[in-house]
Design a protein around this ligand. Structure first.
Ligand code: NAD
Length: 372
């Protein structure tokens, strides 16, 4: 069996730090285990373009493993060349790099390590909200640059207390973000999600569901995006929706870059309509040097909390998603049923309810509690 691993090149850092498991150097810690069983393993970071190693090896790979941090984009066209492909495993959470409808047509299973990095991301979201609201980044840059000038920093610095915060998507991450915000005494916590939270879970953190996205964003000082990327969420935060946000509101997106229209976000930050934008996910990864999110800036300075895709790949998270990947692979190799919580699509249908409201078997599964 041929297993294709598409991971990023961790360079010297990965040679020095073996716990950087999501790299071609450390291969999720499964290289020896696979070799001992006589399987072929190809690990590459070269994923773009017709001549890439990814395109070359996907042709006869049975298993594709990739991370959302450096994804091998499995489009319908690429999938058509993948004659032996049976299962795609996402070492992490978020499988939008696979054309899921095409996977269903081909009966390819797509599984991910659900829950493996949701705390890591939720912590990053809370940090991003704070660094935007407190105007942290330009103040820190001022200090590094040898300066000391309080007023221009303080004029765009606020308290999180008494602000309204809303999440788009209240699944594992969205719920954990709200949970972590409760001690900040926000004015109100809101959520927009077609799947309502279990009553007890909503009550425990005193969160109110808003039925319309436009209505929710127009009430929020801070909006955090925590839903998967699918047909209904691609470009969701466009010029029109952003114009409905309160002037000066902050937007944090650690879900997927393509959920936001890149230029519309940059324009809104540059004009000051948005107080700032932060996140770690980009519509193209690696992001090009001239991506507008690298240079966008609020008229008062700051307002840019962008980092490379890293929120869900802390060392702790890498250990969890590497272990989870091995379990999914082991289940596949031994013919054992996968944990349904890890399945996105299987047997030609969606198992996960999170990739859009649709008329599938997944919609009938009422028993799943998404905040587990
Ligand atoms: P989850 O499946 O537990 O929750 C997703 C929630 O989004 C579900 O409740 C679903 O009903 C809701 N949703 C789907 N479409 C929606 C829409 N149109 N409007 C509102 N809500 C909608 O998933 P999760 O573990 O919370 O992860 C969410 C996403 O975060 C992942 O799909 C992934 O894209 C992203 N993520 C990013 C990182 C990172 O490192 N930046 C790491 C992990 C996950």
């Amino acid at each position: 069996m041929k297993v294709l691993l598409v991971l990023y090149d961790g360079g010297k850092a990965a040679e020095e730090e073996p716990r950087l498991l999501g790299t071609i150097q450390n291969k999720l810690g499964i290289a020896d285990w696979l070799k001992e069983q006589g399987h072929e393993l190809v690990a590459t970071a070269d994923k773009e373009g017709e001549g890439s190693e990814f395109k070359k090896h996907i042709v006869d790979a049975e298993v594709l493993i990739t991370t959302p941090f450096h994804p091998g984009y499995l489009t319908k066209e690429v999938m058509q060349t993948a004659k032996n492909l049976k299962i795609c495993i996402t070492a992490g959470v978020g499988s939008d790099h696979v054309d899921l409808n095409a996977a269903n047509e081909r009966n390819i299973t797509v599984a991910e390590v659900s829950g493996s990095n949701v705390v890591s991301v939720a912590e990053h979201v809370v940090m991003s909200i704070l660094l935007l609201v407190r105007n942290y980044t330009p103040a820190h840059e001022q200090i590094i640059g040898g300066g000391w000038d309080v007023a221009p920093m303080a004029r765009h610095s606020f308290d999180l207390e008494d602000k309204v915060v809303g999440t788009v998507g209240a699944g594992r991450i969205g719920y954990r973000v709200l949970q972590r915000l409760t001690p900040f005494d926000c004015k109100e916590l809101l959520y927009f999600d077609y799947a309502p939270l279990p009553e007890q879970a909503a009550k425990a953190i005193n969160v109110r569901r808003v039925e319309s996205l436009e209505e929710m964003v127009s009430q929020c000082d801070i909006v955090t995006v925590n839903c998967p990327l699918h047909e209904k969420t691609k470009g969701l935060f466009n010029k029109e929706l952003i114009s409905k946000m309160k002037p000066g509101a902050w937007l944090v997106n650690t879900a997927r870059g393509a959920i936001c229209d890149a230029q519309a976000v940059a324009d809104a930050v540059n004009s000051g309509h948005l107080g700032g934008y932060a996140g770690d996910v980009w519509n193209v990864q690696p992001a090009p040097k001239d991506h507008p999110w690298r240079s966008m800036k609020h008229p008062l300075g700051g307002g840019n909390g962008m980092v490379p895709h890293m929120s869900g790949t802390t060392i702790d998270a890498q250990l969890r998603y590497a272990e989870g990947t091995k379990t999914i692979l082991q289940n596949y190799l031994t013919g054992k049923a996968q944990d349904p919580a890890n399945l996105i699509v299987e047997n030609g249908d969606y198992v996960s309810k999170a990739y859009g409201k649709r008329d599938t078997k997944a919609e009938e599964r009422k028993e799943e509690v998404r905040t587990d």
